[in-house]
Ligand binder design. Structure first.
Ligand code: GTP
Length: 382
């Protein structure tokens, strides 16, 4: 699936950079173009991969290039005011090659949190291709303002995108990790998952036995404002066991190959989801298995799909393979679409209600006027 990436805010821009790096390393063309939008000039200047001509500074007249200061209403306003400039940058993308747009943002701050729904809704108004959002949720310990921002923004993003892929920072940060080091590792994790998903159907050599078409990804994500999560797991392969330093052919080792594939699919779906959730709270799924061609047991993929059908209780589970010559890992990616419930969503909902009660206290702690955090009109989540 070929995507056009529209990154909003600091986290969005860094994730777009990571996606472009992943694309370059994998040598499969799946990002048609990437645009970065921000209210902070320094964040735009700090990007490494998004081409300088594709960086759009918004709100310059009002915030003078200094960011939205975690005020997501301001972020939304600045995006609305300068939407013409964002539109011009998106119009310059050769959209005849694009299967879907991906609007990427951290939902806890100001610019991405407020701007992403405005921008997604504008792109959706103009183009026929689906507009998916990739939203990063703040970790639990980031504090009330980030939580409240994420809760408000999530409700709006979900309403304005065809589907929203969620990534919970809190579920992926390792103890003792520095913030900067943590983010760059987490961004690589995000880029690998989106990268494998999108590049699977674009690689032509070696040819997959069952191709993952863009339409299969789009149908799994859905187009009616759902939430999605991605699981990923990989298993190292023992290169020494096969002939001539390669792997044993599947025929020689069919049982082991099959079990290895299904076990990897189960690990991808049961642990390490971008948004941890129960499989029974999922409406659709897609499994992609990648690795050296001789290790991709068709039966293993089918067994993995059958297991997922049973675990989710839905027959709407698609599958495909992605053969790669230069890897010593077997990997499985599981895309879960139509997620109806997740512990982190429940927490955000509850925290938003609590934060509304404590608005004055939060504003005081953050040294902001209470007016900035006037939450009148904050819709309940979903
Ligand atoms: N995964 C990931 N999360 C990040 C990164 N940078 C910031 N975040 C998270 O994103 C949220 C803050 O959003 P930012 O993108 O920094 O803020 P912004 O959208 O630029 O908004 P303002 O700075 O308020 O103008 C917080 O929840 C951070 O934890 C990153 O590189 N990767």
């Amino acid at each position: 699936m070929r995507i056009a990436v529209v990154a909003v805010g600091q986290a969005g821009g860094k994730i777009a950079d990571a996606l472009l790096r992943y694309e370059r390393d994998s040598e499969v063309d799946f990002v048609v173009d990437a645009v970065a939008v921000n209210t902070a000039r320094a964040d735009l200047l700090g990007l490494r991969e998004v081409p300088p001509g594709n960086r759009v500074l918004i709100g310059g007249d009002r915030v003078k290039g200094h960011g939205a200061g975690a005020d997501n209403e301001l972020g939304a306003e600045l995006a609305r005011d300068d939407i013409g400039e964002v539109r011009d940058a998106v119009d310059a993308i050769p959209t005849s090659d694009v299967d879907a747009f991906l609007v990427v943002a951290g939902l806890g701050g100001g610019t991405g949190s407020g701007g992403a729904p405005v921008i997604a809704s504008e792109i959706r108004r103009i183009y026929e291709e689906p507009v998916f959002a990739l939203g990063v949720l703040p970790a639990r310990d980031e504090g009330g303002i980030y939580t409240l921002n994420a809760a408000r923004s999530l409700k709006t993003v979900v309403d304005h995108a065809d589907a929203t892929l969620l990534f919970d920072n809190g579920a992926h940060r390792e103890t003792g990790e520095s913030l900067a080091g943590g983010y760059s590792r987490v961004n690589e994790t995000i880029a690998r998952r989106i990268g494998v998903l999108c590049s699977a159907g674009e690689a032509t050599d070696p040819t997959p036995e069952k191709v993952v078409d863009a339409s299969e990804i789009i149908n799994t994500l859905g187009r009616s404002g759902g939430v999605a999560s991605i699981g990923y797991a990989s298993t190292p392969l023992d290169r020494k066991r096969g002939l001539f330093g390669g792997f044993k052919p599947v025929s020689e080792d069919a049982l082991e190959s099959t079990t290895r594939v299904t076990a990897t699919v189960r690990r991808a779906a049961l642990g390490n989801l971008t948004l941890p959730c129960e499989l029974r709270d999922v409406e659709r799924a897609l499994v992609v298995v990648s690795g050296p061609p001789e290790t991709l047991s068709r039966k293993g993929v089918e067994d993995g799909r059958a297991w997922l059908e049973e675990a989710t209780g839905t027959p709407e589970v698609r599958d495909g393979d992605y053969p790669l010559r230069d890897t010593d890992h077997l990997a499985a990616l599981v895309l879960l679409g139509g997620v109806t419930e997740a512990p982190r969503l429940r927490e955000l909902r509850a925290a938003a209600v609590e934060a509304q009660r404590n608005v004055a206290a939060i504003a005081e702690r953050a040294n902001l006027s209470a007016g900035v955090w006037d939450t009148e009109g904050l819709d309940p989540l979903f």
